[in-house]
Design a protein around this ligand. Sequence first.
Ligand SMILES: [Zn+2]
Length: 331
Amino acid sequence: MKLFREIIGHQENIHLLQNAISQNQVAHAYLFLGPKGVGKKTTALAFARTLFCSCPTGGDACGYCRFCRQVNERNHPDLHQISPTGSSIKIDQVREIQKKATIKPYQGQRAIFLLEQVETMTSEAANCLLKLLEEPNQEVSFILLSTQPYALLPTVVSRCQILSFRALSTAEITRGLKQTLNPEEKEIHLALALAGGSLGQALKITQDKQLQNIRDETLIMAYNLKKSTLNEICRQAEELAAFREMLAVRLDVILLWYRDVLLWQLTGNQELLLNQDHLPLITEEALFYSSDRLLNIISEIEQTQRYLNTNVNARLAVEVLLLNIQQGRYT
Ligand SMILES: [Zn+2]
């Protein structure tokens, strides 16, 4: 559980929320928009803690009073967290909110309803929530979190004060990783490469030893491609496509592998490589492929990634990709 001052990035949003509290102008509804894992929920909880804290200083919660601890332990009676049951937030959940919102806050001036993944709301639920957002109520604030603004009812969006959360920079994620874990350099590089600007994802990747193994396995597979037989390639494509949920990660790893080979070839600067621990193999690959061919391989991988976001046959798409890499169609 983080205090405002411990949050990495998003300083503008944090100042805005701190000002709202100090000037007693907390909005009836906020919408926090941004990619998954960048800190929307962390910020929302820090906001709730600061609102509820019995002795806040400098616009931040103390972190140890009874109310702060209740937020940490998820049993503050005026903080209600709602997330999808199954695949969506349903009408019954919003009716429950409706009921609770009419009751006076138990401990403080205000109750907070924190709704996660609001883009999953059924239209019935969204319309019901809209009515709540339209009713003025000084004792209730809503914080809606979403990764997909376009999936929300425009009428819901227009009722909220919108705060955008951007993806974190490389430096911010590195700082976040070092603050929480004690990662090795190569783990940081992998997390940065795969996390897409999300500290939450980066932390998950760093702690996931299985993912580290998958990365090593996938790199070795890419390295061996140039001497694989047709049968071996078909089998590899089948294996890759069989675990669809890991396929995106594996393709990212393969993409970053060839990016490293190209970078090494062009700059000879080890610092720029994401897979520094495999330098001998990278050096060998750099002698095998021309720069033009590496560029083409990279764009072929990107194209396959785009195909896979549509409904193509994954095994076939991967097979074509691996064959193209192996047969050097682009030499
Ligand atoms: Zn406190």
